[in-house]
Design a binder for this molecule. Structure first.
Ligand code: ADP
Ligand code: MG
Length: 727
């Protein structure tokens, strides 16, 4: 399909849009009734399991206690009965390999009964453990092919659910994925381990504050997902979008986002219909979707759930991404989750809101009205400050990817420098602590919004700063450098573990200083926090993170600024990080190193596919269009000459020059692509970063200029303007 045909088809899709299915009727089935209908949650378990079994499983879910393997058969039977009532024919262990995707292997409930008939079977063993043939998932060297077995293990703490399809349903069981030696091959296992580490250390702090027998303290996560929706006619006419997720060519549209008329603007009908259906599917799966809105860029949107236990939130986040993609197709739309689908237009991120606590102690990052009195809050906040400063390079590394490199440090996303925005009030409190002790906290006051009929709003003490990669937003931290297309598990593992390490440090200091004497506690806290501020306060920055002054200032403060993945990823293999993860039993040395290898490999593979795609498109799509137009101009010129008219050759000459530039640059890209960087993965990644990426841009440059010169009806690719504004 050519650019102009796909444009006409997209226009017709928009203008002739009729809802594809019966309108969703929330009056008939209220949202509350829909929520969680496809989840085997505590309510279902309570109704269907014997009391003692229910109690045992609830305890595992709520306290992280070890699962009693004897109950598995009973749970499996109840789960099967529930699933079959819901039309399930198969069950699937869902797991999260290191590619960041969601993997599933379906097995039928059918078992031959030996008499020519069949039984529907689902045993405890099938619930607890699976053995997918998983030899083609990356293991970073952990699993040689001769020991290719990988096992999935039931994660009791994340509920099973039913996945619907018009032709049947499947019982899905969230699992961890490990090698036969028990080493993690997935994203979930280290999340669970890091949550246990965080709980251990948080309990020590709570004990110091006199709180004993506290149920498991867990981290909470509320990820805000940004994404683009474009008409599928365009998607299929863009080989680059289809095979790499982003446009590798395309000149800037005459109108971009400069009018700022899209952010929070009215949502187009077809898009809203798509969102409503996506949200309904997610409600059924128990994903607590809360907000939706237009984002800054044209055709860009955001969806966010209410926060949950971080492990469950991570599973739900994967479901959000899958559901957005799936439902969009029903509406003739394609959901783009790439961090930078369109150069020069805002990219997409995933703001990861993070905190810790539980139902009994509440949110441990809730400051209360007078933060200087709230010593416990200050200890937890101080731990985060220390952790983020000490492990800034790790936090940068866990969001590093070839695609996020296009976004971080661009004009809309946080820079690659990791700093903390604390807001005026908290900064003031911590500055006082640094100077010897906090006596007061700046009153946040009220914000008068100047309309008498509206009540005064309490002013958020943690005001907003969109330019910070890591911001305190009232009662949680928001990690904004996370990539739109990535699993949130890596960032969660890093946050949980580095904060556990800081809580460990603080607890040890406080235990030493007080020796159990509560009267000494306030003095001891002051001393520890003062030390933390002196050593780690440099990470706090409330100003404009996009500015050049900040880059210079951050350099003076010694904060790392790892601009590309190639600079950032090695931190994962550093001694400090390897020791951190092994000390808290989150990842062994081999597990950590295998991850670094996989991420470098993915970086190389991503750019390799892009380079191949560029070469092919330059040769088979752009060059032919350009020479056709060149031919047209040349014959016009010849025809004019034949009737003694002097042709204007300006465009023809420019096009001829650009065609030559295109061919030369394509040949050069092909040449560097044929070379290798060296024996190590790091050297290979550097070759891709420093040699291949610039060579790709050199092909794009003449191609994008050709787009502005070649006759519109000959241009084969949908333009940025068409893709972003026809909706
Ligand atoms: P903001 O407008 O500052 O981004 P919202 O209240 O809209 O704040 O919250 C944004 C996201 O942060 C939501 O997903 C929300 O559930 C999540 N969030 C709120 N409190 C917490 C918390 N204690 N832990 C983790 N995430 C949280
Ligand atoms: Mg937010």
């Amino acid at each position: 399909m050519s650019g102009s045909t796909s444009r006409l088809q997209a226009i017709s899709a928009v203008t002739n849009y009729v809802p594809i299915s019966e309108p969703l009727n929330f009056a008939e089935t209220p949202m509350g009734e829909l929520f969680g209908v496809n989840v085997f949650n505590l309510v279902q378990m309570k109704n269907r399991l014997p009391k003692n079994v229910f109690k045992s499983i609830k305890k595992t879910i709520e306290t992280g206690a070890k699962l009693d393997a004897n109950i598995a058969d009973v749970v499996a039977a109840a789960m099967k009965a529930w699933a079959i009532e819901k039309g399930a024919t198969h069950y699937a262990h869902i797991f999260y390999p290191l590619t960041g995707i969601t993997a599933e292997k379906h097995d039928s409930f059918l078992e031959p009964d030996g008499n020519g008939g069949a039984l529907l079977e689902f045993t405890g063993k099938q619930l607890i453990q699976g053995e997918p043939d998983a030899s083609s998932f990356p293991s970073g060297g952990i699993r040689a092919t001769f020991e290719a077995r990988g096992y999935t293990a039931w994660d009791v703490t994340s509920p099973a659910y039913i996945l619907e399809n018009p032709n049947g349903t499947t019982l899905c069981i969230p699992t961890a994925f490990v090698s036969w030696t028990g080493e993690a091959l997935d994203k979930k296992t280290p999340v669970l381990r890091s949550m246990a580490a965080l709980n251990d250390q948080a309990q020590r702090i709570l004990k110091i504050f006199g709180k004993e027998n506290v149920p498991m303290v867990y981290s909470t996560a509320g990820p805000e997902q940004e994404y683009f929706l474009i008409d599928r006619n365009f998607y299929f006419a863009r080989p680059d979008l289809m095979s790499t997720g982003r446009t590798l060519f395309g000149s800037k549209p005459p109108k971009g986002q400069e009018f700022e008329d899209q952010y929070f603007g009215a949502i187009p009908d077809r898009v809203l219909a798509c969102m409503l259906e996506g949200e309904r599917e997610l409600y059924k799966l128990g994903v607590p979707i809360k907000t939706r809105h237009n984002e800054v860029a044209p055709s860009q949107y955001e969806i966010a759930p209410i926060y949950e236990n971080a492990n469950v939130a991570a599973d739900h986040q994967q479901m959000i991404m899958l559901t957005l993609k799936k439902v969009a197709q029903k509406y003739g739309l394609e959901c783009l989750l790439h961090e930078k689908p369109f150069a020069g237009v805002n990219g997409s991120g995933k703001h990861l809101n993070w905190s810790l606590g539980n139902a009994v102690v509440g949110n441990l990052l809730e400051p209360g009205d007078n933060p200087h009195e709230n010593a416990q809050f200050l200890v937890f906040a101080g731990a985060v400050i220390r952790a983020v400063h000490k492990y800034a390079a790790l936090l940068r590394a866990v969001v590093a990817s070839a695609s996020n490199d296009h976004r971080l440090g661009a004009n809309e996303a946080p820079p690659a420098i990791i700093s903390i925005f604390l807001g005026d009030q908290l900064t003031d409190v911590f500055e006082q602590i640094k100077g010897g002790g906090a006596k007061s906290s700046k009153k946040s006051g009220t914000l008068n919004i100047g309309v008498d009929s509206l009540p005064p709003l309490p002013k958020d003490a943690g005001d907003r700063n969109r330019t910070s990669p890591f911001a305190f937003t009232g009662n949680k931290f928001e990690f904004r450098a996370v990539a739109s297309n990535q699993s949130i598990s890596g960032p969660l593992v890093a946050l949980n573990t580095i904060v556990a390490e800081s809580l460990d440090f603080i607890a040890t200091e406080l235990e030493k200083a007080t020796k159990g004497d509560a009267k000494k506690l306030n003095g001891a806290i002051q001393k520890v926090l003062e030390g933390i501020m002196k050593e780690h306060g440099a990470v706090i920055f409330n100003g404009n993170g996009y500015s050049e002054e900040w880059h210079a200032e951050a350099g003076k403060r010694g904060l790392p600024n790892n601009k590309t993945s190639v600079d950032a990823l090695p931190a994962i293999g550093s001694k400090e990080v390897v020791n951190l993860f092994s000390k808290y039993k989150v990842l062994s040395k081999r597990e950590t190193e295998s991850r670094l290898a996989i991420y470098l490999e993915q970086y190389v593979k991503t750019i390799n596919v892009e380079a191949k795609c560029i070469i092919e498109m330059a040769r088979t799509t752009i060059y032919p269009a350009a020479v056709r137009y060149q031919g047209e101009l040349a014959s016009t010129a010849a025809a004019l000459k034949a009737i003694d008219q002097e042709p204007n050759l300006e465009t023809l000459n420019r096009i001829t020059a650009l065609i030559n530039e295109l061919l030369t640059a394509t040949a050069a890209l092909e040449k560097v692509s044929a070379h290798h960087g060296g024996a190590s993965l790091q050297a290979e990644a550097e070759h891709y970063c420093h040699k291949i990426l610039p060579a790709m841009l050199a092909v794009r440059k003449p191609a994008d200029e050709l787009e502005t010169l070649v006759a519109d009806d000959l241009w084969p690719l949908p333009t940025y303007h068409e893709m972003l504004f026809i909706k």
